[in-house]
Design a protein around this ligand. Sequence first.
Ligand code: B12
Length: 212
Amino acid sequence: MTDILKTIFESVLVGNKKGVSDGVQQAVDAGVDAGEILNKGLIAAMSEVGRRFEEGEYFVPEMLIAARAMSAGMEIIKPLLVKAGVETIGKVAIGTVKGDLHDIGKNLVGMMMEGAGFEVIDLGVDVTPDRFVEAARSGVNIIAMSALLTTTIPSMEATIKAIEVSNLRDSVRILVGGAPVTQAYAEKIGADGYAADASAAARKALEIVGRS
Ligand code: B12
């Protein structure tokens, strides 16, 4: 790994936002390929962050600042990636379900998925089943739903039904998560996957698109 990619990698690990954006800008100015900055710098670092989180070396705050630092770098290279036609590994539409305004976990999951190489469309909070259906129709590979309230998790089942009724169930995979959600609940409502945290969510998404 070149020195500049190493600097980017290490700046993401410690959540140094300025270090990441300066490093990415320097790499771009030096003519390093945007895909290489993405894969060897940003994505490689987020995968290491995920590993440290799973080993208990990192906790949510460390993961959050690393993800924010990674996003700062993404902002710089996104237009270049689009221009170069670098393909993302899949598209994810993520949102917090209807009636629910909690978005910290959802944002973290979205950032880790972005860090894993997905294009992430953030539908926001209080997302109705119809809005998820619309996203499914737009051609995303994965619909990811987050819920933090026991009173709002039924909206996940309602959304899956709405996707089925719209004949789109075969074209998208559905991931669910959030503190009150369990693997058993995910299976009961017919979701394709569940993960307990953002790192596992990104891994699950990779598994779903056959890239794990
Ligand atoms: C912060 C917070 C708020 C903030 C939200 C700010 C925001 N922008 O998100 C505010 C103050 C607005 C809020 C409001 C309310 N809250 Co609140 N809130 C919390 C709190 C303290 C932390 C949630 C959080 O951010 N956790 C940190 C993140 C990183 O974890 P996470 O969300 O679980 O996400 C992780 C995983 O679950 C998973 N994940 C999450 N989403 C997804 C999606 C997918 C697809 C996958 C695979 C994985 C995944 O990965 C994430 C990252 O690792 C919790 C308590 C708690 N300990 O959970 C209560 C809590 C969720 N709130 C609660 C309640 C009751 C409310 C209110 C109803 C309070 C009120 N009476 O007004 C309102 C509801 C508002 C609404 N309509 O949504 C209860 C819910 C009880 C229940 N079982 O239903 C809790 C559990 C507190 C409690 N013990 O009573 N809340």
